[in-house]
Design a protein around this ligand. Sequence first.
Ligand code: FES
Ligand code: FES
Length: 198
Amino acid sequence: MITSDPTASQTAGAIILHVNGEKHALTVDHRTTLLDALRERLDLTGTKKGCDHGQCGACTLLVDGRRSLSCLQLAVAAEGREITTIEGVAGQGADEGELHPVQQAFLEFDGFQCGYCTPGQICSAIAVIEEHAAGWPSAATGDVHPGAPPEPLTPEEIRERMSGNLCRCGAYTSIVRAVAHAAEAGAVRDARDEEAAA
Ligand code: FES
Ligand code: FES
């Protein structure tokens, strides 16, 4: 909801964004993307701008736990949603001060070179593991009939599910290994268990 604000004009409005567990009040032009609001207004520059056209996945973050391209989402449309950027994922699956298990896996398996696509890759990977664990099929899933037994998160599945995240350096082989390792280690399920136990 856009609240009234004396500084707001017909093309701007006051909003409150919930980012990484904190509330941020700001007035934005209605045309401002979530990506620009995060980077230019909140100094959260971990989320990267690659193409700005929904083509590369560099701007991927989590909105209410699901991956979203922030260059295609208006900031005003994100009001009231729980936004998690790469700056906030460490708090989700690890003890305080420790990396998220998916971040750790990217480090251990050299899942990046220049690192520009990496924040989006990691946010996407976290959601991929959750989507697979929840039984969501992909185009690489063999049997999508209701009641079909769950299929493993194979390299083919990971490549398909991560296909919206481009890496110009070609670190794909290591990215697939990192995602597979994090999934096998139960990264996201562990995080959920910790949250439930808290
Ligand atoms: S910057 Fe959003 S998809 Fe490329
Ligand atoms: S690590 Fe360089 S673009 Fe992905």
